[in-house]
Every structure is written in C-alpha cells, then in structure tokens.
Design a protein around this ligand. Structure first.
Ligand SMILES: Cc1cc2nc3c(=O)[nH]c(=O)nc-3n(C[C@H](O)[C@H](O)[C@H](O)COP(=O)(O)OP(=O)(O)OC[C@H]3O[C@@H](n4cnc5c(N)ncnc54)[C@H](O)[C@@H]3O)c2cc1C
Length: 455
C-alpha cells in the first residue's frame, strides 16, 4: 500500500478515537491505522473532562457498559503500576428527601439482577458501613451503601448540610487521569504501527474505497482507506454529513471550575459529592435586576435542576477542588473555543454551598488560582452513545459520549473495534449502536424514563 493508503482511518484523536485505535491494534492486531486530528491528541473535549467514573445509571445497560469500561481501565491500572491514577472513593449522592422512593427504585433498576447483592441499607449506627478512608481502588468495596437519616449522615460526613437525610454511596466510582490514559495508549500503539497525523478532514467520498480530503499546514492531500471511524466528538455530525449521513446527536455546552481550596473547606477524603436536589439560587435585588435584563442569564433566576457536584482533586496532599453543574440544556452549534458564561464560577459555588456550607467563605472571593473550563456534551436524546456500524457501509462510530466519555472510552473503543473486526461483543453492544432505534419498545421505555443519568 502507498503511504497515503491505510486500512483504517480514525477521525479524531480524543480519548474515543485513541481508545478505538488502541483496541484495534493491541487486541485485534490491526496495524495499518492512521489517526488524524486537526489539533493535538487529547486537546479538545478530552482536555476538559472532570475525569470521574461510576457505574451508577438509571438503566442496567449503561451500568454494564461502564462496568465493562472500568474492568478495562483496571487492566491498564494493574499492568502499569496505576499510571492512570485511578482512585476509588466513590460517588456520594445526597438528598434532603427522607423517603426517596423513586430514587431507590431507580437505584435498584439500574443495578438490575445484581441489585439485591449490591445494595446495602444502613439505618441506625452504620456499624457495617466503611467510609472511604483510602483512595485505593483495589481495596475499595463494591456495590452501594444507602445511608438513611440525618444523624447517620452527619456521623460520617459532618461537612454536608444537616438537612441531608439520605445518601447513596456508589462504591465502584472515583476518578482517573484521562490524559495519562490517552498518552499511555498512544505510547503503546506507536511501536506497533499506529500513526498520528495532524490534519483536518474536509470531505469524504467513496468509490471502491474511501477518499478523505484533508488539509495540513496549508497543504491539501487525500488519504484512502477501507474503513473510517468517526470519533470526532462534538463534530461527529459534521464528519458524517461529509459522506451523506445524519446522526441523531445534539451538542450541549457544559462547564466546570477548579480552584485551590486554600482554606481547607473540603476534606481531602471526601468522595465525589453530588447534591441531587434542584434549587432556586438566592440573588440580591441588584443581581436580580442585572440578570433579568440579559436573556442569556435570566435563566439563572428560575428554578435550577439538581446534580451539582464537588470533589477534591489531586489526592490527599493536594489542595485543589473541582465543581461542576450540567444545568445547561440548550443545544448549540459547536465551535472549538466556546464562549463560557462569566457568571458560572459564582453560580456553581453558590449552588454547591447548599450541600457544602463551608464553601460559602469563597462567595465573592474565589481564589486567583482557579480555572474555568468547558466543552460540549454530544448527546443523543436518550443520552446513550453511538458505537459500532454507521448506516454507511464501512463507517463506524465511537460517538455521542456526552458527559461520560472519559470513563466509557475503553469500553466504547473495545466495542467499536469488535464491530470492525467482526468478533462477538457483550449483549449490550447492540443497544449502544444505531440499531437500538429499530427496537421501538426500548426506545419508548427510554423516552419516558425519569432520569437519563446526566451529570
Ligand atoms: C465540562 C466537561 C466535564 C466532563 N466530565 C467528565 C467526567 O467527569 N467523566 C467522564 O467520563 N467524562 C466527562 N466528560 C466527557 C468527556 O470529556 C468526553 O465524553 C470525552 O472527552 C469525549 O472524547 P471524544 O474523543 O469523543 O471527543 P474529543 O475529545 O472532542 O475528540 C474529538 C476530536 O476530533 C477532532 N476532529 C473533529 N472533527 C475533525 C475533522 N474534521 N478533522 C480532524 N479532526 C477532527 C477534534 O479536533 C477532537 O480532537 C466531560 C466533558 C465536559 C465538557
């Protein structure tokens, strides 16, 4: 084959494209693979991730999918002396509801057949409950601990507001370094033939093979390939339009902040803490007036959804904390450098201090050591990914990874690689591909679901 001829062309060197190439090369021994990206690897959405992972979902398919990904991440952590910095203090979901029946139903539904073995309910002393004193993923317990009652929650988590009456502690959850995961995969793949080229794909046509027209350093060139993997993140629909296919994906901008917690407001051993309850933010009369005059910001005066989250970042001896809130629901046309909402840092801090009152000391006084970042969640309506065959023969997708692409990358890459080489896949693979839209009963069930697992 000529230098510009490859077997598999992967469009996108975010974590999705890299993981797909990794499983194709490492597990399925495909070597003639080229990954192209208009920027550097891991530099777009994959650089904005909160890097958290969990197996808590409202549907067992997504739980099985992220469990599979966690198994694969564990393999890498084990074989590299934990180069990917995998930790496991869990996700702690907090609510003021004393009897959150719907939430518990969802919890049991999400864990499916494993629910009764996985879920432990603690009502009085919590003697059998072990808080996450260590970040070690190997010794961390599995399953979920349900803590019922304010006193029990205060006993273990005095940093939470006293109104918190129920806590769900998801144990197979924590954080990883997504950047290290991507770098590790690139390092393993290069010596076995996977190449990377910085180039922007402008058009795709097909005769006997695909021809992808590209531009790199101002020069146009064409790459021919048998197979195309669309792992273009927020631009997946744009890439699929190049070969005449539409994807059911919208992009929604979401943001996070991180800052140095100089006053030690957040204990370093705290799990990833999520306030499940919605709230209406308290603004002064002047602030209300300023916000109400701007249509972009008047939304902040209305009742806001739950799921604001906060966690320590950088280990026990670190000082930074991360906060996020995926409250935006307006789809937008993606751009490489989206404009962020200047109010977001103050908004997220205000909202997070409802669960963690010690954060109030930073209101109006956020430390200068801080970052405010954001990127798009490319989402299907049901918030499930699109992995495997596209409608166009020869095109495969590792796409629509919403706000869970870091945690799901290994499984997504593995499932897409299996679809390409034609080997069997776990039973949930079909429902994570475009083929699920043929299953009217499943789609009807997802359309009326109370939660889409969006964080
Ligand atoms: C604020 C925020 C917080 C998040 N937090 C978490 C979290 O805690 N846990 C988690 O699991 N996930 C999280 N995510 C989601 C996660 O970051 C993404 O799902 C994941 O990074 C997506 O990877 P990707 O490879 O699909 O996309 P990207 O990283 O965007 O990669 C796509 C690549 O395709 C390239 N590309 C596009 N079009 C072309 C073209 N025409 N030619 C050449 N190259 C092209 C782009 O340059 C880009 O590099 C978060 C996302 C955001 C925005």
């Amino acid at each position: 084959m000529k230098a510009n001829d490859v077997e598999i062309l992967v469009v996108g060197a975010g974590i999705a494209g890299i993981a797909t190439a990794y499983y194709l090369a490492v597990r399925y021994k495909r070597s003639n693979i080229l990954i192209v990206d208009e920027g550097q690897p891991m530099a777009l959405t994959s650089a904005q991730s909160g890097e958290n992972y969990r197996n808590w979902w409202p549907h067992p398919t997504m739980a099985a999918f992220t469990d599979h990904s966690t198994d694969l991440m564990e393999d890498i952590a084990r074989s590299t002396g934990n180069r990917i910095n995998m930790t496991r203090r869990g996700y702690f979901l907090a609510t003021r509801q004393e009897k959150p029946e719907q939430l518990l139903q969802q919890l049991f539904a999400g864990y499916g057949a494993c629910a009764s073995d996985s879920i432990r309910v603690h009502e009085s002393s919590g003697d059998n409950y072990s808080p996450p004193v260590s970040e070690d993923w190997i010794t961390a317990p599995d399953g979920v601990d349900v803590l019922l009652g304010r006193d029990l929650i205060q006993k273990f988590y005095p940093m939470f507001d006293r109104t918190i009456s129920t806590g769900l502690h998801i144990r197979r959850a924590g954080d990883i370094s997504g950047q290290q995961l991507g770098q590790y995969m690139l390092e393993v793949m290069r010596p076995i033939g996977v190449r990377f080229q910085q180039a922007s794909v402008l058009g795709i046509s097909k005769a006997d093979r695909f021809s992808a027209d590209m531009i790199s350093g101002g020069e146009r060139h064409t790459i021919k390939s048998d197979i195309i993997v669309n792992a273009a993140g927020p631009f997946a629909s744009r890439v699929s339009a190049m070969h005449g296919e539409a994807l059911p994906i919208v992009n929604v901008l979401q943001q996070k902040i991180a800052f140095a917690d100089r006053n030690h407001a957040i204990p370093r051993q705290m799990p990833f803490a999520i306030d499940l309850d919605g709230q209406t933010l308290a603004w002064s009369a002047d602030e209300q007036e300023a916000l109400s005059t701007d249509p972009d910001f008047s939304r902040l005066l209305e009742p806001m959804p739950g799921n604001i989250h906060c966690r320590p970042d950088g280990g026990e001896h670190g000082q930074w904390i991360k906060l996020g809130w995926a409250y935006n629901s307006e789809p937008g046309e993606p751009v490489r450098e989206p404009e962020l909402n200047p109010y977001f840092p103050e908004v997220v801090l205000r909202a997070a201090s409802r669960l963690l009152p010690s954060l109030k000391q930073y209101l109006g006084a956020l430390p200068r050591d801080r970052t405010h970042y954001g990127g798009y969640y490319p989402m299907t309506k049901e918030n499930w990914p699109l992995i495997g065959e596209a409608k166009t023969p020869g095109v495969f997708l590792t796409a629509a990874l919403s706000g869970y692409g870091t945690m799901a990358a290994c499984a997504a890459g593995d499932l897409c690689a299996r679809a390409i080489v034609g080997v069997s896949a776990p039973s949930f693979a079909r429902t994570l591909s475009l083929r699920r839209y043929d299953d009217k009963a499943l789609m009807a069930q997802l359309a009326i679901a109370n939660s889409r697992g969006l964080l």
